[in-house]
Write a protein that binds this ligand. Structure first.
Ligand code: I3S
Length: 126
């Protein structure tokens, strides 16, 4: 039978794989640990899936929730000094979550930066 997707999925603006490292949680610094993440941008949040999209979709049916950050009031900036890797930017959320996103491919990271920046700029600041 047909499964009706949640509304957020109907508003997806961009999705794809990037390298991700969370470096702070609730203002508390974390040890950097890069891993590949399936990333889904919708109008006001980003969801991070540790697994493949296929696996994520099947986990969703069991009520498994991905990590999610609210983009309202968030801040995005290039973060050359935070990593030896190329093409790294940082997102800082109001709740004090900080993470780095990275791709070796220039146009991919640029597209992501612009999409997330546009999403943040469209949202109210508080
Ligand atoms: O900023 P850092 O501490 O040099 O980041 C590196 C470390 O997180 C390292 O892990 P260990 O804490 O186990 O040494 C990671 O494997 C590296 O990838 C981090 O550096 P890059 O430059 O890749 O972000």
């Amino acid at each position: 039978k047909d499964v009706i997707p949640p509304l957020e999925q109907l508003m997806v603006e961009k999705e794809g794989y990037l390298q991700k490292a969370k470096i702070a949680d609730g203002g508390k610094k974390l040890r950097k640990n890069w891993s590949t993440s399936w990333i889904v941008l919708s109008s006001r949040k980003i969801e991070f899936y540790k697994e493949s999209k296929q696996q994520a979709l099947s986990n969703m049916k069991t009520g498994h929730k991905p990590e999610s950050v609210d983009l309202c009031g968030a801040y995005i900036e290039w973060a050359k000094e935070k990593s030896s890797r190329k093409n790294v930017f940082q997102i800082t959320t109001v709740s004090g979550t900080e993470f780095l996103l990275q791709s070796d491919i220039d146009f991919i990271i640029l597209d992501w930066f612009n999409a997330i920046k546009n999403a943040i700029d469209r949202l109210p600041k508080d």
